[in-house]
Design a protein around this ligand. Structure first.
Ligand code: ROI
Length: 166
């Protein structure tokens, strides 16, 4: 929690839930992000209700994006995100299936990583309105490495509905 150090970089994290009180899951996850070592929560987007993306019929999701400042590296930050998912009861979830909590590392400074288990920037940014819209809300000036200015990334017209809830 001693971000503010010179080596702190902005990290944007996507949050999603569609089980067990999704709004409560997201609120708790925001608070837990601020407890990650060498990491400070500096902004939270509104919560958005979004129709499930993908082939599985399931409840609507609640999605949001957090901005943190962190001096952790990407793999260490990812481990902490997975620890928060587990602490909120996430089991190994089925691909495309419902989930108690999903935390995705979307952007970490100007870093670009293309590993199978860790892709940064997250490919969902340009593909999913439930990532793009809350990210744009809290970071309208963001330039995403490899993608360009967040305001220039097109909103997908074919994607299911999304609306701001709080
Ligand atoms: N759909 C929406 N709307 N929001 C999500 O966070 C989300 N997460 C997922 C899948 C199942 C792909 N669909 C989603 O993992």
């Amino acid at each position: 929690m001693n971000a503010g150090r010179d080596d702190a970089r902005p990290a944007y994290i996507g949050l999603g839930s569609n089980l067990d009180d999704p709004c409560g899951q997201i609120a708790r996850a925001f608070d837990l992000l601020d407890t990650i070592p060498r990491t400070r929560l500096v902004a939270r987007s509104s919560l958005y209700r979004s129709a499930p993306f993908g082939p599985v019929e399931q409840p609507d999701f609640v999605n949001a994006v957090a901005k943190t400042l962190t001096s952790l590296d990407a793999p260490t930050l990812l481990q902490h995100l997975q620890e928060i998912e587990r602490s909120q009861g996430r089991k190994a979830s089925v691909r495309w299936g419902p989930r108690v909590l999903d935390l995705d590392l979307l952007v970490l400074g100007d870093e670009v990583i293309g590993e199978p288990r860790l892709a940064v920037p997250h490919p969902g940014i340009a593909e999913r309105n439930f990532v793009l819209l809350p990210l744009r809300e809290i970071a309208p000036d963001l330039v995403v490495p490899g993608l360009g200015r967040i305001v220039d990334i097109a909103v997908s017209e074919s994607e299911p509905r999304i609306s701001r809830i709080v």
